[in-house]
Design a protein around this ligand. Sequence first.
Ligand SMILES: C[S@@+](CC[C@H](N)C(=O)[O-])C[C@H]1O[C@@H](n2cnc3c(N)ncnc32)[C@H](O)[C@@H]1O
Length: 290
Amino acid sequence: MISHQPLQKADFGAIYDQPDPRAYFLTLEPYDYVIAQHGADLFSRLLQARGPTDVRRQRILDVCCSYGVVATLMKTGLDVAALTEHYRTAAAQDLTREQLIEADRRLLQEASVPGRADVIGLDVAANAVDYARATGALDAGVIENLEVDPPSAELVALMSDVDLITTTGGVGYVTEPTFDRLLDVAHEGVWVASFCLRTYDYDPVINTLEKHGLTTERLSQTFPQRRFTGPAEEKWALDRVRKNGADPTGKEATGYYHAEFYLSRPACEVERLPLAQLLPERSEFSMSDL
Ligand SMILES: C[S@@+](CC[C@H](N)C(=O)[O-])C[C@H]1O[C@@H](n2cnc3c(N)ncnc32)[C@H](O)[C@@H]1O
């Protein structure tokens, strides 16, 4: 299910729009795909730091939401390894899609954590979004490509209550047009929290968000995303990282893609409480954390 081209990022497109998430988790498992976990942890900490709204649950728009992976992690407190095990069992039992939806609904109810946020998903993969809506991982979901089209009336209406826009594993697929179109219809005060691989340049997104009045800060630590699929991908990634002016030593040179974490907020909020105080950094990850 992976397509290897010479000297470029491996293409996992075939697992993004399956009828259910089994192939997604089981194909990515050998590569320790763990960025969704880092995302769920940091996004939960951000919502806590932001504080509850008076009248409703906090609301996230997860861009490139896939099968509701980040939503499920945040709503259950489970980790990627536990979800992978859940889907491995489902694959062994040869559950139908409907049976797996039922199993996921039960999992989301039984493992539900208190004070969870509502999650709206945005992705181009119709099967994935439909699946996540059916299980309840997503409270709402839209299948749209904001790289090329403006947001639908449904998305515009949903955006009016979004407190936090998030993405893991998405930047590169989504670029400044997507963020620009979302910020056009977001309410003042929305935050944007993104993980971006060091093989990509996040500056164009930062500049776009700046035009909407948001100031971006970056954590100094980086987050492992997944292992390289082989030497060709590794060479491509290390070359790209060096070209972007970064040093792969101790990061990509250990065999893993690394992502930076960026948070964009209204300038006055950044001034009042810089990111370093909002999210005091934990020690750098060691591979044993994976
Ligand atoms: C690497 S997966 C990340 C999924 C999930 N966020 C995670 O971390 O597990 C990338 C996702 O981006 C989606 N995608 C690709 N192009 C997109 C676009 N233009 N707009 C929205 N989603 C897109 C794919 O369908 C896929 O679900």
